[in-house]
Design a protein around this ligand. Structure first.
Ligand SMILES: CC(C)(COP(=O)(O)OP(=O)(O)OC[C@H]1O[C@@H](n2cnc3c(N)ncnc32)[C@H](O)[C@@H]1OP(=O)(O)O)[C@@H](O)C(=O)NCCC(=O)NCCS
Length: 183
């Protein structure tokens, strides 16, 4: 089963993006504090429209490989970020995930709540064997989120990405299904 619509967590929901989400997404996708450690950004309006279109296309894929969805405050319905988990290799049951929050909502444990749900979804619903995530070494908050979710540091990838004209490093974290079963 991998075609769910809304996942409820303690304080948050993960749901599919809608075209009405444009303003909320665009405001954080154009914020330098938010895209500083990301490959994308700053988003132009065309970039944000293209992002929403990609999300719409993903929903129509069969089988669906990429789940890029909105992070929403359960109490108010406010969109506060974006989350994604993707089946990278069907045969080897590998996937990866990521998350981005509007900077007004950092430091409240929301990314950890989302990451735990993505890991759960990846192993329990998508039946992955290995789930990994990367972050920039200087992105201490993201590395901490991955560690809190039980992912193990597997390596430091040197200059594996060329972002806005500069070669940058990544840390590689991963969790196996047997690690997840023992968390
Ligand atoms: C990374 C990001 C998702 C974290 O979101 P968040 O909701 O603030 O994360 P949480 O509150 O769940 O956890 C953050 C943890 O990092 C710690 N942390 C934050 N800044 C830190 C810093 N500069 N140094 C060390 N630890 C730090 C927090 O104390 C917390 O750990 P704790 O619970 O042990 O105290 C958010 O900063 C973000 O969206 N950044 C921009 C996009 C991005 O970088 N996405 C990830 C790409 S890999």
């Amino acid at each position: 089963m991998n075609d769910f619509k809304v996942t409820k967590m303690k304080r948050l929901l993960i749901r599919e993006f809608e075209s009405a989400d444009f303003d909320a997404i665009h405001s954080f996708a154009a914020d330098p504090a938010v895209y500083r450690h990301m490959e994308w950004g700053p988003n132009t309006e065309a970039d944000t429209h293209a992002f929403l279109e990609r999300c719409r296309e993903q929903r129509l894929e069969s089988p669906r490989l990429f789940y890029e969805r909105a992070i929403v405050l359960k109490e108010t319905g406010q969109l506060i970020g974006s989350s994604g988990i993707r089946i990278r290799d069907v045969g080897h049951r590998n996937g990866d995930f990521g998350y981005t929050l509007d900077s007004r909502f950092w430091g409240k444990g929301y990314a950890t709540e989302v990451a735990r749900e993505l890991v759960r979804f990846g192993f329990e619903d998508l039946k992955l064997h290995r789930i990994y995530a990367t972050c920039r070494p200087e992105n201490l908050a993201s590395a901490r989120v991955l560690e809190k979710c039980g992912l193990k540091l597997e390596g430091h990838l040197r200059e594996n990405k060329f972002v806005r004209g500069v070669w940058v490093d990544s840390l590689l974290y991963a969790l196996l299904e047997q690690d997840y079963a023992n968390l």
